[in-house]
Write a protein that binds this ligand. Sequence first.
Ligand code: APR
Length: 224
Amino acid sequence: MKKLIILSGAGMSAESGILTFRDMGGLWEQYNIEEVASPIAWQRDPQLVLDFYNQRRKQLMEVEPNEGHLALVKLEHKYDVQIITQNVDNLHERAGSSTVLHLHGELMKVRSENNESLVHEMDHWELMLGDKADDGHQLRPHIVWFGEAVPMIEVAIPLVQEADIIIIVGTSMQVYPAASLISYSKPDAQLYYIDPNADAFNYPNLKCINQKASKGLTELVKML
Ligand code: APR
């Protein structure tokens, strides 16, 4: 089976009702990254950070995967599919995708602030100050904050290097190292970029599809 990689970003979940980060009215227009998504923010005001992620976790439990997520599941019948997502939501998994790698962490997971391997899956949305991990330390969001390492990039690079087809969908390609992944594609890989603003990104031999994820992926999956 040919290997097919999906590189997805926040635009993948936009039609499920989840705000992107850098679009008009996006999350970073409403919140200051330095106040809610960095280790310094966590030290300075952990309650504000917890509230930011609690609100996003609460919303995630109220939304559903969209047609784009469901279209990707269909690819698994024909291809060896690996999703590599910058998203921290679990909509790819809830749609039925079986191989999802989260570069920036997972919203429904939390971990000891003292031991990043002590990870715990949440079944409710609210994480409180005083909620402790098994090691007795405060639980924090299992999210890669700005300024923190992206350990999963080392797993993602070889997957991209082996891919025959790569579909980039719903990402502004502004955040590294995630945005560098496409540069590891092999010369004869077929590259697609689905995004309403796709043509703003002129990567050599990249087929730009100026569509939203649900329509763009539904049509591309039919073609592949
Ligand atoms: N379908 C497809 N793409 C869409 C849609 C849609 N319905 N709506 C918006 N988009 C596109 C936008 O045009 C934009 O290119 O999704 C992209 C969203 O870009 P960002 O908001 O920058 O999100 P992303 O690229 O995922 O951000 C990367 O930055 O803040 C960090 O850790 C955070 O993982 C995130 C990373």
